[in-house]
Design a protein around this ligand. Structure first.
Ligand code: GLU
Length: 444
């Protein structure tokens, strides 16, 4: 059995009931196999892959809090500090009922390679809770965030671990978390990113993941002499990533025609009305049917089905495993040109392989959505220097980072004889930096 297969089997055996973690470990290790083979003796001797797939530290804690009715509720909090070889660990916090240890480990493992691809000095981590902010009052969200931070603060600081947002954690939650950290520690430091602009946040951080996704997609298409102009773009999701992907897609001349949330999706052939979508999602915290009710050109569909829409480019920006093999087949039947992932691991392994086998240009999440964490790292730099860059400065840096990511992963794919296989390119390029740093630092 190959070294890679041995480690995958061991991970599955030692971490039962963590299917999403098995999925990412399998996807990453299988695709880096050619690079591992070149140094197999050294890596086996130093148990490099075993160390890479086992988090440095995983913290699980209870979060008791009192709701508006005066009742005590108890949620579970997590922080997995996966790998600090190339810098202080960094990654978002997800508040969603589906969160469990396996989900956080999958996200933390992906984050190692994503952060490495940015070229910035940040290791990989992820955290969160099964708390559901949906339907909670502001006061309840604040109370929960304060109690969450009352435990988490022991394990984080600006040079050690810097959390940020993810699903269910936006500017409001980051504000409450930061306030509590400052109150407990007495330190005003860049311990979280995605902060508000009045207390250390970076311009363009809100837009970064969505804009970065489009800079990446545009670069990938240009490399094939294809223009994004007038292309119909199928977007899933209606959160931070989707909204700013739609905004940048429109600025580049594309036509985003769908958006979705957990209850349904809209098809809007005239192009998504961004102002209305922002008002409903960012201000009213409403649902997609509210959008359809106010937009005559939009059709509302209950449940899933957004991938059956005929479009040129697909940008999954909702959540993991939202594109299965059947969805991939529907997209290929409709001659989709490119699929670039805004969410983390939105395509199953079967769906990814189907895209690659059918020559769809496929931008994997850890490359395509790295713009968010990249600007988070720029926020850390600004905090350390106690300065603020302009929107244009940050946006220019983001653009450069996304173009570099594309060039680096494309070169890595070529080097290992898998031209245009950006999955292999991203995993290998991300892995090489981390492996080198780990080997240089000894068995730790
Ligand atoms: N949650 C985002 C991601 O998946 C951003 C993390 C960060 O900014 O630290 O990359």
């Amino acid at each position: 059995m190959s070294y890679v297969d041995e480690v995958i089997n061991q991970i599955k055996k030692e971490n039962p009931s963590e299917p999403e973690f098995h999925q990412t470990v399998t996807e990453v290790l299988k695709s880096i196999e050619p690079a591992v083979l070149e140094k197999e003796e050294e890596y086996r001797r130093d148990a490099l892959l075993e160390r890479l797939t086992n988090p440095e530290r995983q913290i699980k804690f209870r979060v008791p809090w009192v709701n508006d009715e005066g009742e005590v509720e108890v949620n579970t909090g997590y922080r997995v500090q996966f790998n600090s070889a190339i810098g202080p660990v960094k990654g978002g916090l997800r508040f969603h009922p589906s969160v469990n240890l396996g989900i956080i480990k999958f996200l933390g493992f992906e984050q190692i390679f994503k952060n490495s691809l940015t070229g910035l000095p940040i290791g990989g981590a992820k955290g969160g809770s099964n708390f559901d902010p949906k339907g909670k009052s502001d006061r309840e969200v604040m109370t929960f965030c304060q109690n969450f931070m009352t435990e988490l603060y022991k394990y984080i600081n600006a040079d050690r671990d810097v959390p940020a947002g993810d699903i269910g954690v936006g500017a409001r939650e980051i504000g409450y978390l930061f306030g509590q950290y400052k109150k407990i520690t007495g330190q005003f430091e860049g311990v979280l990113t995605g902060k508000g602009l009045t207390y250390g946040g970076s311009l363009a951080r809100t837009e970064a993941t969505g804009y970065g996704l489009l800079y990446f997609t545009d670069t990938l298409l240009k490399n094939e002499d294809i223009s994004i102009k007038d292309k119909d773009i199928i977007v899933s999701g209606a959160g931070n990533v989707a909204i700013y992907a739609i905004e940048k897609a429109k600025q580049l001349g594309g036509n985003p025609i769908t958006a979705s949330d957990s209850t349904g999706w809209v098809y809007d052939p005239e192009g998504i009305d961004l102002k209305l979508l922002k008002e409903i999602k960012e201000v009213r915290r409403g649902r997609m049917y509210d959008y359809a009710a106010e937009r005559p050109s939009a059709e509302y569909h209950e449940g899933k089905g957004v991938w059956t829409v005929d479009g040129d480019i697909a940008l999954p920006c909702a959540t993991q495993n939202e594109i299965d093999l059947n969805d991939a087949k529907a997209l290929v039947d409709n001659d989709v040109i490119a699929v670039c992932e805004g969410a983390n691991m939105p395509s199953t392994i079967d769906a990814t392989n189907y895209f690659l086998d059918n020559d769809v240009l496929f931008g994997p999440a850890k490359a395509a959505n790295a713009g968010g964490v990249a600007v988070s790292a720029l926020e850390m730099t600004q905090n350390s220097e106690r300065i603020h860059w302009t929107f244009e400065q940050v946006d220019d840096m983001l653009k450069n980072i996304m173009v570099n990511i594309f060039n680096n992963i494309s070169n890595a794919a070529d080097k290992y004889n898998k031209p245009k296989n950006f999955v292999v390119g991203a995993n290998i390029h991300g892995f090489e930096q981390v492996a080198d740093a780990m080997q240089s630092q000894g068995i730790v």
